[in-house]
Design a protein around this ligand. Sequence first.
Ligand code: DON
Length: 303
Amino acid sequence: MDYQSVLERIAQDVAPLIGSGTPAAYIPALADVDPRQFGMALADLDGTVYGVGDWQVPFSTQSITKVFALALALAEGGDSVWDRVGREPSGNPFNSLVQLEYENGIPRNPFINAGALVVTDRLQTLTGDASSELLTFLQQESGNPDVGFDAEVAASEHDHGDRNAAVAHFMASYGNIDNPVPALLDHYFWQCSIEMSCADLALAARFLSRHGLRADGSRLLTRSEAKQINAVMLTCGTYDAAGEFAYRVGLPGKSGVGGGIVAVVPGTCTLAVWSPGLDARGNSVAGVAALDRFTTLTGLSVF
Ligand code: DON
């Protein structure tokens, strides 16, 4: 398939949507990003990357990192993480607290903030330095040593982190957080601040299209674990819009409030798309439309 032509066609098709929606405003450092940007990249199984638009511009990956943190927690600690976090869609916004009380401090899934805090807590226990482990992994898989933290975004998250702090303390009251909450929050905020381009992300997520194999050919996850992460991305990766995303796109995907989305065609390729304007549920307007066009034009989908 001529992936480059497909991407160019998609960029033309979604051009009218670029700039629609609103960049995330609840973290001031994200609100300043120019919304009129759009990039898309595709990495095939061998690591050849195709791209269009702003596909090499680094942006704030935010919640997309939740996928990589889960992969590392599974790789390092196996299934035990599932004792502390579920695998069901929450049907609620990504930063919601409401289910935690009547579900005894066990978050619905690893891709809402509560679940991601549990995963980062687990990774911190397993590695002693969760955010650095994650950064090193992303540098290695993307092949880009310049992938890094954005200190301004991390500080902004910290200064506006009351809700995440509330979620973490609340789970700690149920015994579902092992590390001191302030240290856990710091790792989580650093994790969210990691900057990558679409090209970096498409390459770094390749283990999900390669059934668990890393860029260097070594095994990160079993075939079954890679399938499990893809399944949870499909059902929970775009928060309370996961049903709509599955309906429109038909691929496992994970979004972030920086406007990025990673999507996987298992056994074929990975995609990363970025445009900062978000819809009401925190997903990139042009990004979802671009992935929708991709599966329509190519027929590549898990269905
Ligand atoms: O926890 C937060 O508020 C953010 N730093 C990450 C949230 C995020 O990307 C959720 N996304 N759609």
